[in-house]
Design a protein around this ligand. Structure first.
Ligand SMILES: [Ca+2]
Ligand SMILES: [Ca+2]
Ligand SMILES: [Ca+2]
Length: 324
């Protein structure tokens, strides 16, 4: 299954690269990070998948060689020029052989209310009953936890094997389940929640040799910055409405093990161009209980481009969802 998912992901990334190449004069419009209500934005989705066997035949190589040349899909879009060189063909020939068509859909900016909070977004939201079939997930057993103040809440980790739900999409599912993305107000609660998702499978990593030094993005938590917040650290809030009185942002270590990024990666760092208004566990080279702020389109359904995928989130409930 994982192989199949990886393969599909690789295909998607490849298509994206090809679309980007094919439309370099008229670049695919990315959904802007700051959008006015009522504006219309275009995004790409539902693209046709290339026939790798046919492409290989056209290029005069084996399908296996073609797959190998395209590389590990978990490490981002393939370098087509390098792939072409290793296959002994021109980049143009490879692009032609992998030819795809692009379908453009229109996404209107709209107000989505999640846990009584209004967000202006362009993302399609789902409920558990209408999740697309290519969202592959596994809901883990609900566990209760009693904080030092005597409050008992219930928690459910969701592993999204397909990596294709962004923070808003995850938050909407948490609400649909009767809870909210985990909103953490103490070190003990943070440790409890982290232990539910400390497995590496919940973390997506950048390429170790790339500009982000293999830094990983972990499962989503319920922190967000309302529109118009002062960056990088203004107005962080919890979806639960609880006070933002405890934080555990990642602090630059440069120890070469947990933090292999030679840059100062203390969080929140607003890295990227959208102010990084959402957050989750990470942003180190191994799974950690610290937090990073992330670009809001990480893991967006229907998109496979960087900045990466998201393999999970944690739902918190104030009452036992099983009613026991
Ligand atoms: Ca909580
Ligand atoms: Ca560092
Ligand atoms: Ca960050």
């Amino acid at each position: 299954m994982l192989k199949r998912i990886s393969f599909l992901l690789m295909i998607s990334l490849l298509i994206l690269t090809l679309v980007a190449c094919a439309t370099s004069e008229n670049p695919v419009t990315e959904v802007p990070t700051t959008v006015e209500a009522g504006t219309t934005n275009e995004t790409t989705t539902g693209m046709e998948q290339p026939d790798l066997a046919a492409a290989a035949e056209q290029l005069g190589v084996t399908e296996e060689a073609l797959k190998e040349a395209l590389g590990d899909p978990s490490q981002g879009a393939p370098d087509l020029a390098a792939a072409a060189e290793s296959l002994g063909v021109t980049t143009e020939a490879l692009e032609n052989a992998m030819g795809t068509t692009e379908e453009t859909v229109t996404v209107d900016t709209y107000t989505a209310t999640i846990n009584d909070i209004d967000f202006e977004i362009t993302y399609e939201l789902f409920t558990w009953s209408d999740l697309p079939s290519d969202v592959v997930y596994e809901r883990q057993p609900v566990q209760s936890y009693t904080d030092t103040d005597g409050t008992t809440h219930w928690y459910e980790a969701v592993y999204v094997e397909s990596g294709n739900l962004n923070w808003y999409q995850a938050a909407n599912l948490a609400q649909d389940a009767g809870g909210y993305l985990a909103s953490i107000t103490s070190e003990d609660e943070n440790n409890f929640v982290f232990n539910l998702v400390s497995d590496e499978k919940y973390f997506w990593s950048f390429d170790e040799d790339g500009e982000h030094y293999g830094i990983s993005i972990g499962p989503f938590l319920g922190g967000y910055q309302p529109e118009g917040s002062v960056e990088p650290d203004g107005s962080w809030s919890w979806l639960s409405g609880e006070e933002w009185n405890y934080t555990n942002w990642a602090v630059n270590l440069d120890d070469g093990v947990i933090d292999q990024d030679p840059r100062d990666n203390t969080q929140p760092n607003d890295s990227g161009d959208d102010g990084q208004p959402i957050m989750g566990f990470g942003e180190m080279n191994v799974p950690v209980a610290t937090w990073g702020d992330y670009m809001e389109n990480v893991g967006t359904y229907g998109k496979t481009r960087l900045p990466g995928l998201s393999y999970g989130f944690v739902i918190e409930y104030e009452a036992d969802p099983l009613g026991s």
